[in-house]
Write a protein that binds this ligand. Structure first.
Ligand SMILES: [Zn+2]
Length: 158
């Protein structure tokens, strides 16, 4: 049952309980759902039983940097790969321009999308596993054969 199943990653981070101030637990998740990137964070405290949950990605495409960093630290990052020979650049640019997940929350303009396409063609377009999987799914939906490779676990930039 590999293939189109749930795509998601999780990480544990240390959390300061907002109710009692004790050191508490937080689990952050990033996942792909219906061709969109989502994230959430669950907090719970053993000291006072306080719980809370934050859901993100419904309105805004961006995953907070702290969540991304925890996901990458726990799981490593990923790299998007293209089949050779290089497929249609027009289709790739369309997908990249429609993918605000790659640049904070703003859809890349044409020059930004061109830079991303160059990075992709050079095999250096990276991000979290979920981010790269989402872009690969969008590329495949436009007939561009794309894959995702695990990089890392990483320590620091590359
Ligand atoms: Zn607490």
């Amino acid at each position: 049952m590999r293939g189109v199943e749930f795509v998601g990653e999780t990480a544990r981070v240390v959390w300061r309980c907002s109710a009692c101030g004790a050191e508490a637990h937080c689990r952050v998740n990033q996942f792909v759902e219906r061709m969109a990137l989502r994230w959430d964070a669950e907090h719970w405290c053993d000291a006072c039983a306080h719980r809370s949950c934050v859901h993100g990605g419904l309105r805004s495409a961006a995953t907070p940097e702290g969540v991304r960093a925890a996901i990458v630290a726990a799981n490593g990052s990923a790299r998007l790969t293209l089949a050779t020979p290089p497929p249609s650049r027009v289709a790739i640019l369309r997908v990249l321009r429609g993918s605000p997940e790659l640049s904070g929350d703003v859809a890349p303009d044409l020059s930004a999308a061109r830079r991303l396409a160059d990075t992709l063609a050079a095999g250096r377009l990276g991000g979290t596993w979920c981010e790269m999987t989402l872009i690969a799914l969008r590329l495949r939906a436009r007939g561009v054969e794309a894959g995702v490779e695990r990089v890392g676990p990483v320590s620091g930039g590359r």
